[in-house]
Write a protein that binds this ligand. Structure first.
Ligand SMILES: *Cc1c(COP(=O)(O)O)cnc(C)c1O
Length: 379
């Protein structure tokens, strides 16, 4: 069956007891047992809840994976996925990644004896060079944040398979509609469902999908033991978002491409980063491993930080905010906002310069967005 059909039907059949067409919100902490010896499928909502189950199986299907697990946030999902690494072992991560993932590697895992090295996100050779005998997992985010660089999932999956390393992919920026890493050989997919999967800027959530029973068991045990689970109501909101994922992603993409082309020919703009532009250094790889290029556009302004500040002061429709993937367009300064936690030195090594602007293209009319940018970039 096709993606949009799965998103609406699978994992969320009408409620057998009442016929309710949408999955009910099972707002309960616990479930009655049959007797002392037997408990039913659900017994305590930290371990399992029917609304969460529906979300978990729907996300797994959309990623073409066997097992899905939902979490209270994207970083909770990241932390759970990384629990497959043990103290004394090593991780190789891309250097252009979500700031919160970097914080997990450096502030949470390193003191617990798990070290991380950083490879150039766009280079398979660079990942290979960082591997040591202790490397247990490679962590990639593709397209990356904020520079929208790609990592070659198929090539890295082959490398990992050969070396017995787990390949985990943060698929938040593409969503499973445009990219399915498990199909390309990855072992684990992680999402911040706060972004495109929820899609309406009204809920924080995360998910992990894998087809490997051993990895699933480890991560599921961590989910139950550490307890960073989403509330039933939040699961329901994300389920609702998933039903329109296809039509939203198509629209985000069409407008993003239009805006990227507009920016590319604007005299105030130094460089545009969007995998859908033929000028993107990895446009061919993007066409191979993605079925669309997504709704995020990053660009650099010739006038540096003062020009960024002026643009942000003048823009009207784009909301100055940190997140992405919602119906409303957002604008941000990666150096000043999402990556503030990194030192200037680390930011510069990552080429995350002060002149960058990141746009999350929403579902407004693209011509209105373009006019807003044109007006704000003028003078
Ligand atoms: C937002 C984000 C996260 C973290 O998700 P939260 O839901 O904010 O915890 C992880 N990875 C990427 C790529 C993100 O954009």
């Amino acid at each position: 069956m096709h993606f949009e059909t799965l998103a609406i039907h699978d994992g969320q059949a009408p409620d057998p007891q009442t016929g309710s067409v949408t999955v009910p919100i099972f707002q309960t902490s616990t479930f009655e047992r049959d007797d002392l010896e037997h408990r039913r499928e659900f017994f305590y909502s930290r371990i399992g809840n029917p609304t969460r189950s529906a979300l978990e199986s729907t996300i797994a299907l959309l990623e073409n994976g066997r097992y899905g697990l939902a979490f209270a946030s994207g970083v909770a999902a990241t932390m759970a996925a990384l629990h497959v690494v043990n103290p004394g072992e090593h991780i190789v991560a891309g250097n252009d990644i979500y700031g919160g993932s970097y914080r997990i590697f450096e502030q949470l895992l390193r003191p617990w004896g798990v070290t991380t090295s950083y490879a150039a996100s766009e280079s398979t050779e660079s990942y290979a060079e960082c591997i040591t005998p202790k490397t247990k997992l490679i962590w990639i985010e593709t397209p990356s944040n904020p520079l929208l660089q790609l990592s070659d999932i198929r090539a890295l999956a082959a490398l990992c398979k050969e070396r017995g390393i787990v390949l985990a992919v943060d698929n938040t920026f593409s969503s499973p509609y445009f990219q399915r890493p498990l199909d390309l050989g990855a072992n684990i997919v992680v999402h911040s469902t706060t972004k495109y999967l929820g899609g309406h800027s009204d809920v924080i959530g995360g998910a992990v999908v894998t087809s490997n029973p051993g990895l699933h068991t480890t991560i599921k045990n961590y989910q139950g033991a550490a307890g960073a689970i989403p509330a039933p109501w939040d699961c329901w909101l994300i389920l609702r978002g998933l039903k329109t994922l296809k039509i939203r992603m198509k629209e985000h993409e069409a407008s993003a491409l239009q805006i990227a082309k507009f920016l590319q020919q604007h005299p105030a703009v130094k460089e545009v980063f969007y995998p859908g532009l033929p000028s993107h250094p990895q446009h061919e790889l993007a066409k191979e491993q993605m079925s669309g290029f997504g709704g995020m556009v990053t660009f650099a302004l010739k006038g540096g930080l003062p020009a960024v500040e002026q643009l942000i002061a003048r823009i009207k429709l784009f909301v100055l905010a940190d997140s992405l993937g919602g119906v409303e367009s957002l604008i941000s300064s990666p150096a000043k906002m999402t990556l503030w936690a990194l030192s200037k030195e680390v930011r510069e090594r990552r080429k995350c310069t002060d002149d960058l602007v990141r746009l999350s293209i929403g579902l407004e009319n693209a011509e209105d967005l373009e006019a807003d940018l044109l007006n704000a970039l003028a003078g």
